[in-house]
Design a binder for this molecule. Sequence first.
Ligand code: SF4
Ligand code: SF4
Length: 342
Amino acid sequence: MEKLKLAVYWASSCGGCDISLVELGEHLLELARVADIVFWPCAMDFKYADVEAMPDGHIDVTLFNGAIRTDEDAHIAHLLRAKSRVLIAYGSCATEGCIPALANIKGADHALARAAFGEPTTDNPGGTMFQGRYAMPEGVLTLPVLGTQVRTLSQVVPVQYSIPGCPPSHEQVWQALNAVIEGRLPEPGGLLGVDARTVCDQCPRVREGKIRVERFLRPHEVIPDPERCLLEQGLVCAGPATHAGCGALCVKAGMPCRGCYGAPDGILDQGAELLDAIVAGMAGESDEEIRRVVSTIVDPVGTFYRFSLAASLLHGLKTSPLESGATCETQRIPGGREGDVA
Ligand code: SF4
Ligand code: SF4
């Protein structure tokens, strides 16, 4: 039997998604029996030229992790789209922007001027700034240039599937890879390896259905009751607004869910859904009291949109359709087999 050709790429992300693949452990040996890895620059010495030399549609499946933040990320996204029959957005950054997309709040210039080349992180008395091109006597040096906004993979090229999570759990990844290996992939356009419910549905903690708190707390401020719902104890837990799939990992360990599996099916905006759940839990309180208690949440955008800002309705307000690109459910994959759609 001909082996599958598998590619893995890392755009703007922390590297945790690549590590989640290594976490497959002995399943990697099973994977090696049925698939050849034809491109995985994080793990082995591949060159972009190797991919450029491949015919279109040569790669069976690409797992693309990381957000699209630089011109290099966008270039490789287009290249791998052309060379892959199935392109999968792997992990939260590729699927919905994740932590890198929080930079969209103030934009790339702010990130460069303050976070990367200015105080408080950098001692830079000469005010040296990043340049994408620099002419030397020996030739022109280039570096990837940040785009104005961090985007999801599907905002740049069509993708068939997404595997959410920061990072995806290895059980979920193996489940998704098995679907690839056994040719059991569902209709394009959905999430792989998730449960149709929310994290709350997988959480063993007891819920009373009422949030009665004076103020919201940060995790370091309290040792919560191990049996009761964290949200009802004043910790912002994104469980009601988050796709199930991880088995409620964080809440079982005593930490609130941060929402890394993204919005549940049918929910357009994860942050709005979580805010809605919190307000519903305070039903019966006056509007004034609800506003007062909700206003005690520190860093509301970072809390409600920690993972999903680039894919949220807030992102839509700032980005025109032309800038954001578009997903296309029916476009033929270049070089794909009959019936393959993106
Ligand atoms: S809000 Fe969090 S702690 Fe409460 S039931 Fe849902 S997942 Fe569990
Ligand atoms: S509990 Fe929430 S933050 Fe933790 S892994 Fe699951 S979805 Fe992600």
